[in-house]
Design a protein around this ligand. Structure first.
Ligand SMILES: NC(=O)c1ccc[n+]([C@@H]2O[C@H](COP(=O)([O-])OP(=O)(O)OC[C@H]3O[C@@H](n4cnc5c(N)ncnc54)[C@H](O)[C@@H]3O)[C@@H](O)[C@H]2O)c1
Length: 154
């Protein structure tokens, strides 16, 4: 069921997404997707705004950077690393995570895995993201793709 050489797509090439992309690219083909064209253009030139990585690390041959959604086609594992800032009323701004989930929904296929790295409150993935993933799709939860919460250690 799980592919030997999965194609990994990381949604959000920021402080969290870029290191993940660079690490995963040692083993797998990685797509680094970000909505920000300026971020993508810098990465394509090997420039990390956080000054964490050198040009040679950013320009690994196994990573493709793009702001075009179509690079997510044929993805096996999606990793969401978009921001989840707080709004003025201290409630989380879920817009980026909802937007990322709707993009994934377009490319979701049987046996895909979706990992949310973004910081969210307990219940957010089941109550907000999962209904978005299962709506208007032919894929059925627990038949075609699977959703599990990792057990929490107390
Ligand atoms: N920074 C940390 O040490 C850390 C650690 C663990 C978890 N987190 C969580 O990870 C998430 C990301 O944090 P970060 O520090 O990497 O944020 P960041 O602001 O550095 O990067 C987020 C990137 O996502 C892009 N983005 C926004 N919406 C998008 C969308 N719909 N599709 C594609 N790209 C989109 C932005 O353009 C930006 O480049 C947050 O929820 C954060 O709480 C952060």
């Amino acid at each position: 069921m799980f592919k030997k050489n999965p194609k990994v797509s990381i949604i959000g090439m920021g402080y969290v997404g870029l290191p993940l992309a660079i690490k995963f690219s040692k083993f797998y083909k990685v797509k680094g997707f970000d909505l920000s064209l300026s971020r993508i253009n810098k990465l394509k030139k090997g420039i990390d705004k956080n000054l964490e990585f050198k040009k040679k690390d950013i320009l690994k041959k196994n990573i493709t950077y793009s702001n075009k959604q179509k690079i997510l086609k044929d993805t096996d594992i999606f990793i969401v690393t978009v921001p989840t800032p707080l709004k003025k009323n201290n409630k989380p701004d879920l817009y980026p995570i909802i937007q990322a989930t709707k993009i994934i929904r377009k490319y979701l296929k049987k046996n895909n895995i979706i990992i949310y790295e973004s910081t969210v409150y307990p219940g957010c993935t089941e109550e907000i993201c999962l209904p978005l993933l299962t709506s208007s799709r032919k894929l059925k939860l627990n038949t075609d793709f699977f959703f599990r919460l990792l057990p929490r250690k107390n």
